[in-house]
Design a protein around this ligand. Structure first.
Ligand SMILES: Cc1cc2nc3c(=O)[nH]c(=O)nc-3n(C[C@H](O)[C@H](O)[C@H](O)COP(=O)(O)OP(=O)(O)OC[C@H]3O[C@@H](n4cnc5c(N)ncnc54)[C@H](O)[C@@H]3O)c2cc1C
Length: 313
């Protein structure tokens, strides 16, 4: 049996959960797929989840702590008899999956780009050594895997699974959460956005990002940035797209004054449509772009904003 720990936002499954289900289905030689939803008030996510997996285990354990998530995933893995556990890669899973792997006596394949099986082991590729190297790993069973977001197609619903409530033995908390303040983020999240508008160093200044933000807002998309821009302190690291930043897979990726270095491409080349604006016709980004405009971004971006406004009116 394969168990997928299904990430959600309290109401719906996140995109990363649908990618993790695809990963599980790709390993179907190792068993059927079940899932677990962990958190509080899980009725609606459990209902959605059962359209994707055979059994959905529901672990009502309250607000997040790494100990609770590890305990809930462990209980679900035991109940399901799972030898493979798959979760979405990210900050949160980096803290609870090692605990789970330890309790299961399992290997841990972290932040994998793709996974397959030779029948008895899971083979995975991932970036390592500060993302300078792509390496291939193999682990026997049991194994815990995290899948780097935006590397895998989203799963489609498949039938009607059952829902089972899980009783979880929670460890005594060693750390108490005294207060939790959630940042009110403007706009959509970069990794979940269907449109991403990314600005590169060729914009010339942090102020020029006002136009990037405006276009992203008009299109209902998110703002991305290259590492050159982040290193210069123009934009926060959370917006960096690429090998050492986020991987995105939107329907449309608009790259403004971005050269398209391989390390940047590693984070966006799976986008459905790529649109590039660059004054240099030889810029590498044009090699992967579906639509390209050779021109000065300071003229093209205002024109794009005006055209988008007109289309919306
Ligand atoms: C180990 C490692 C990891 C890395 N990880 C990442 C990563 O995660 N993400 C990432 O982005 N990079 C990463 N990099 C850096 C990467 O190699 C590039 O240096 C970076 O992507 C370049 O950013 P850029 O395209 O904004 O800048 P540049 O390469 O300087 O490109 C600017 C572009 O703007 C164009 N331009 C200039 N003025 C205008 C104008 N007025 N109008 C239109 N176009 C204009 C230029 O023609 C040029 O193509 C990494 C590098 C290493 C070594």
């Amino acid at each position: 049996m394969i168990l997928v720990v299904l990430e959600h936002d309290g109401t719906r499954l996140r995109k990363g959960a649908l990618e993790a289900i695809t990963r599980a289905r790709q390993l179907s030689a190792l068993g059927d797929v079940s899932g677990v939803v962990i958190g509080e008030n899980l009725a609606s996510v459990a209902e959605e989840a059962r359209r994707y997996v055979g059994t959905v285990y529901v672990a009502e354990v309250g607000a997040y702590t790494a100990e609770k998530w590890a305990a809930a995933a462990y209980a679900a893995a035991q109940r399901a008899g799972a030898k493979v556990v798959i979760a979405t890669g990210g900050r949160q899973s980096r803290s609870w999956t090692p605990r789970l792997a330890y309790r299961l006596g399992a290997g841990l394949l972290e932040d994998t780009l793709e996974t397959s099986t030779d029948g008895s082991r899971v083979i995975a590729s991932r970036y390592s050594f500060l993302n300078r190297v792509t390496e291939k790993q193999a682990a026997g069973l049991p194994v815990v895997i995290t899948a780097k977001p935006n590397t895998t197609p989203l799963a489609e619903p498949q039938g009607e699974g059952s829902v089972e409530r899980l009783s979880v033995e929670l460890p005594a908390a060693k750390v108490e959460v005294l207060e939790r303040v959630t940042e009110q983020k403007k706009g959509v999240s970069l990794t979940e956005a269907t449109i991403v508008v990314t600005g590169g160093r060729g914009l010339g200044s942090p102020e020029a990002f006002a136009g990037v933000e405006q276009l992203a807002d008009l299109l209902g998309g998110a703002v991305g940035a290259t590492r050159a821009v982040v290193d210069a302190g123009w934009r926060p690291y959370g917006e960096q797209v690429g090998q050492t930043g986020k991987t995105v897979q939107p329907n449309a990726y608009i790259a403004l004054a971005v050269s398209g270095a391989v390390q940047h491409q590693a984070g966006m080349n799976k986008s459905k449509y790529i649109v590039a604006v660059n004054k240099d016709a030889e810029a590498p980004i044009f090699k992967i772009a579906d639509y390209g405009i050779v021109g000065d971004v300071h003229q093209v971006l205002p024109a794009l904003i005006e055209a988008t406004k007109k289309l919306k009116d």
